[in-house]
Ligand binder design. Structure first.
Ligand code: SF4
Length: 193
């Protein structure tokens, strides 16, 4: 079982109070969230070192899609594999290469419902700083590797993700190479590159 301090209501409260204090200094609040995220990622990698993930759920926010592209909630990224104008296409091709199912979650509560119903061994997610905290707080029982969005045109618009980071995580967790995902419920929907 994955153990995380986020399973303790006291820890969650402590983080909320600390963020409340730091809110007047946004750069420090972001640094604090960055520290929480890096600590979480180290914890997850330690956990996975003795039990590699077989099913991985990758969750992307809607802000990584581009104008004119409106994937619905739970949109399967395999459908974006031909897209060359939007990061979703790059993510789709990476996921196909590593045998990982990726979903776009319009609203974070939908992402968490999916995580609970799919019960993946691992979540890989990227989002803005605030949503990263929400992710650690909302499904603390599922190991989740997290990274902040690389950049954003404006709030919730045209965000970019750190593709090298994403590929490094996929490589690390699917050590057996492409198609390491063995759960038929997940592999059924994955398109070949
Ligand atoms: S900027 Fe944050 S809140 Fe807005 S869509 Fe992206 S992840 Fe969600």
């Amino acid at each position: 079982m994955f153990n995380s301090p986020w399973q303790s209501p006291w820890f969650v409260r402590l983080v909320a109070v600390t963020r409340g204090v730091l809110r007047v200094m946004p750069a420090w609040e972001r640094r604090f969230i960055g520290f929480l995220t890096r600590t979480q990622n180290r914890r997850v990698h330690r956990y996975l070192s003795s039990r590699p993930a077989r099913t991985v759920l990758l969750i992307m926010p809607r802000c990584v899609s581009r104008r004119g592209c409106c994937p619905g909630a739970g949109h399967d990224l395999a459908a974006s594999i031909e897209c060359r104008t939007c990061p979703l296409g790059d993510i789709s091709r990476l996921c196909a290469a590593y045998g990982v199912r990726a979903l776009v979650a319009y609203r974070s509560h939908i992402a968490y419902e999916l995580a609970r119903s799919e019960k993946p061994d691992l979540i890989i997610a990227t989002a803005c700083h605030d949503r990263l905290v929400k992710a650690m707080r909302s499904v603390p029982e599922v190991p989740a590797l997290l990274a902040p969005l690389a950049s954003m045109e404006k709030m919730c618009v045209n965000a970019d993700i750190d593709l090298p980071w994403l590929e490094a995580q996929l490589q690390a967790v699917t050590r057996n190479g492409p198609a390491a995902t063995t759960d038929p419920a997940l592999t059924d929907t994955i398109g070949a590159p």
